[in-house]
Design a protein around this ligand. Structure first.
Ligand code: CDP
Length: 237
């Protein structure tokens, strides 16, 4: 896709756990020459910090450490992206089942959310960004030019995550454990008091249970094209 002459926009993507958001957002950002930010990785990095410092049971102490938690992203020479926690590449560790088991509880904490949202908004200040998460369309970028809400059945999502973990060499986690974790996180993410996940009224729904990657990419490219055309027409008026 060649959109170089187009205005840069913010593309906000929310959706359930393991719905393929990240893969899809990353590929879309690449096609557009945009930056991709995985907001979930930030909550995962805070969770890893809490685990390492024995702070999972002491949220007040964890909150008081927030100023010492520096989270950044790095694009590697092979094009992959790493999450950096105080300069250390923790990309692999933050995807572990142990982090997955605690992250949604950590993500319910208002002070932690506010610190992450501030950082996410700063990252999007120049637009030209694709960000995915749970509250990106509703809280982080409520005025994003394009909003997408992704879903797929929980079994499809568990199967995807199972294959992903197997491909990364994790053979300890069973499909049933993953399905249970996904269902638990879905519940916590949609029922928490602070910025619960819901579909923004102006977000486009995408259920990709039955879609191939190519079909999904076409769907997204068309959406972006239409939106950019709309913006160009609006600015001509
Ligand atoms: O990889 P997966 O889609 O399962 O999750 P993730 O995007 O890595 O996010 C991990 C967890 O962080 C979610 O289950 C949420 O509890 C939390 N999260 C959030 O609360 N708000 C965001 N913007 C992103 C993630």
């Amino acid at each position: 896709m060649n959109e170089t002459s187009s205005p840069k926009i913010i593309i906000a993507i929310d959706g359930f756990s393991s719905s393929g958001k990240s893969t899809m957002a990353k590929a879309l950002a690449k096609r557009l020459g945009y930056r991709y930010i995985d907001s979930g990785a930030m909550y995962r990095a805070v969770t890893l910090y809490a685990m390492r410092h024995g702070l999972l049971g002491d949220i007040a102490a964890l909150v008081s450490h927030l100023d010492n938690i520096d989270i950044n992203f790095r694009v590697n020479p092979d094009g992959s992206q790493s999450t950096l926690l105080n300069g250390e590449d923790v990309e692999r560790e933050i995807r572990s089942m142990e982090v997955s088991a605690h992250v949604s509880d950590i993500a319910t904490v208002g002070e932690i959310r506010r610190a992450m949202v501030k950082k996410q908004q700063a990252l999007g200040a120049d637009k030209g960004i694709v960000m995915d998460g749970r509250d990106i369309t509703t809280v982080v970028f409520p005025d994003a030019e394009l909003k997408i809400f992704v879903d797929a059945s929980d079994e499809t999502r568990a199967k995807r995550r199972f294959n992903e973990l197997r491909a990364k060499g994790d053979s300890d986690t069973s499909y049933e454990q993953i399905l249970e974790n996904i269902r638990k996180r879905d519940f916590t993410d949609t029922h928490r008091q602070e910025s619960p996940m819901f579909k923004a009224p102006d977000a486009v729904s995408l259920d990709n249970s039955q879609m191939s990657i190519e079909e999904q990419n076409d769907f997204l490219d068309n959406l972006v094209k239409q939106r950019l055309e709309g913006i160009r027409n609006e600015s001509r008026r």
